[in-house]
Design a protein around this ligand. Structure first.
Ligand code: SAH
Ligand code: SF4
Ligand code: F3S
Length: 471
């Protein structure tokens, strides 16, 4: 299947529309205001930076106040019911902002708009929403917004399908030091609980030259911490030519000049290779952090999830990884209460985390997603039983994270000082190479620099350090 690549001409046309809207906006006494609100994962954060890039080219300034915004864009997440409920609650409440500010344009986009049932719900029950588009239509946001501005009624553009790749969309980055760079889009894994493959389309890789040019420009612009993004970065290049895979791409990125750190997410255990670990161990620019979601420690449940590995395979992978990178910080995602999971099966998950001793876990209670195979499976546990298992997992992990953090005390780590915090005693924040948060005090001019920090104290979630005098 050939990937559709949006031609330069198509994006140039969108930017011309931006210029037309900007001309109209320039005639106003003050710049009109836009608000972009983002839910969900880093992929959505990266998409929102593109929406803001387009809006900036259209002459909008940005606000956080709903009542003052001329355009509100809500970039939604469909991964769990909880995320969707939050979005719908907030969209419902925006009726009031619109009453305060007639003419305000409300746009909904992102993964929820890839669900046909949800789009119908917005059409019939959320009539104050003016524009709806799915992730596949993001590249033509200017054209869609222009149609709404010219008052041709509500606009819905949700083509669905396999998706395309669009290069050349302007980006308004939120941080100076950190940036997201998508290397691929979509997912072909179809884990049985997950909505992402349905709303984000098929796996497709950006061309390496486009990725390298973007990273090079970011580093030249002062960026020091770059996260390469994809639902499963280890599938990178399967649709490109011979020899182009993710470890190869990582090496090319690291060969770019400048002092910067490279991270990446997410890795699927079935595709994480020994070559990946070798490259991570060899390249000093790659952060010693791997997010490797295992989801569940029981083989029957893993098969029902369509994860295509066993708990034993996962443990072997971790062993290999640690042989190459003994100081690796390992994080993971876990789902508790998959349909049919018994408490005895859940206890295999507890055993797995005790064996691996992750630095941190992202834990979720299973949420049925309409249209996915798992949503049709029967439950054996009640909601209360699932909640109790969830709590056991959280407690066990918190104890592990706390112990691991205590082990940092007295040691020195090279950290990127990345911002000014809110605590006056520890006015700066920093990240270890592997992404652990450190609080410290020091002059603000250090922000953006790599420094050696001595860790003096630790809680379950954060470290407290001081500048090493000679660092
Ligand atoms: N592509 C990434 C994850 C994307 S979603 C990966 O495969 O690792 C992020 C996490 O949300 C998943 O790892 C999973 O733990 C969780 N998740 C996805 N669908 C879910 C559902 N229906 N209910 C609960 N958690 C879910
Ligand atoms: Fe969802 Fe699985 Fe794809 Fe991750 S790999 S996005 S969990 S289907
Ligand atoms: Fe959510 Fe879509 Fe990301 S469903 S987790 S925003 S890919």
């Amino acid at each position: 299947m050939a990937v559709i690549r949006r031609g330069e001409e198509e994006i140039r046309r969108q930017r011309e529309i931006c210029a037309q809207i900007a001309e109209r906006n320039a005639a106003r006494a003050t710049a009109p205001l836009a608000l972009v609100d983002t839910y969900g994962c880093q992929q959505n954060e990266a998409d929102s930076e593109r929406l803001r890039g387009y809006l900036r080219e259209m002459g909008y300034a940005f606000t956080q106040e709903e009542d003052r915004a001329d355009v509100i864009v809500i970039n939604t997440c469909a991964v769990r019911a909880h995320a969707e409920d939050r979005v719908l609650g907030n969209v419902g409440a925006l009726v009031h902002a619109k009453r305060q500010k007639p003419g305000q344009i409300l746009c909904l986009c992102g993964c929820m708009m890839g669900e046909p049932g949800m789009v119908e719900k917005i059409r019939t029950s959320y009539r104050h929403v003016d524009l709806v588009f799915d992730p596949h239509s993001l590249w033509k946001f200017p054209e869609l917004l222009q149609r709404v501005i010219e008052r041709r009624g509500r606009v819905f553009d949700t083509p669905g399908g396999d998706g395309s790749i669009a290069e050349g969309i302007p980006v308004a980055r939120t941080g100076r030091l950190k940036a997201w760079v998508s290397v691929m889009y979509g997912c072909d894994n179809f884990c049985s609980y997950c909505i992402v493959p349905y709303v984000r389309g098929r796996e497709r890789s950006r061309r390496p030259e486009d990725i390298l040019a973007e990273v090079e420009a970011l580093v030249a612009d002062g960026c020091r911490d770059i996260t390469l993004l994809g639902q499963n970065v280890n599938s990178y290049g399967k649709d490109l030519g011979e020899g182009m895979d993710f470890p190869w791409l990582l090496e090319r990125v690291c060969a770019l000049p400048g002092e910067f750190l490279v991270r990446f997410m997410t890795s699927h255990p079935k595709d994480a290779s020994e070559r990946l670990f070798q490259v991570m161990a060899r390249e000093p620019k790659i952060a010693h952090h791997l997010h490797l979601p295992f989801q569940c420690g029981n083989d029957r449940v893993l098969a029902a999830m369509n994860r295509r590995y066993t708990a034993a395979h996962y443990l072997e992978l971790v062993e290999k990884l640690r042989a190459y990178l003994p100081d690796i910080v390992l994080t993971s995602d876990v789902i508790v209460g998959f349909p049919g999971e018994t408490t005895a099966e859940f206890e295999d998950t507890l055993r797995l985390i005790e064996k691996v001793r992750f630095d941190a876990l992202f834990t979720f209670i299973y949420s049925p997603r309409e249209g996915t195979p798992a949503a049709k499976l029967p439950d054996v546990l009640t909601a209360e039983e699932k909640q109790a298992n969830f709590q056991r997992l959280v407690d066990a992990q918190n104890a592990i994270s706390h112990q691991i953090h205590q082990g940092y005390i007295g040691r020195t780590f090279r950290c990127l000082i990345d911002g000014v915090g809110t605590d006056p005693r520890n006015n700066l924040t920093a990240r270890t190479n592997s992404g652990r948060l450190v609080h410290l005090s020091g002059p603000e001019c250090l922000v953006g620099q790599f420094r050696d920090l001595v860790i003096e104290d630790a809680t379950t979630w954060a470290l407290f350090g001081r500048l090493k005098e000679d660092g």
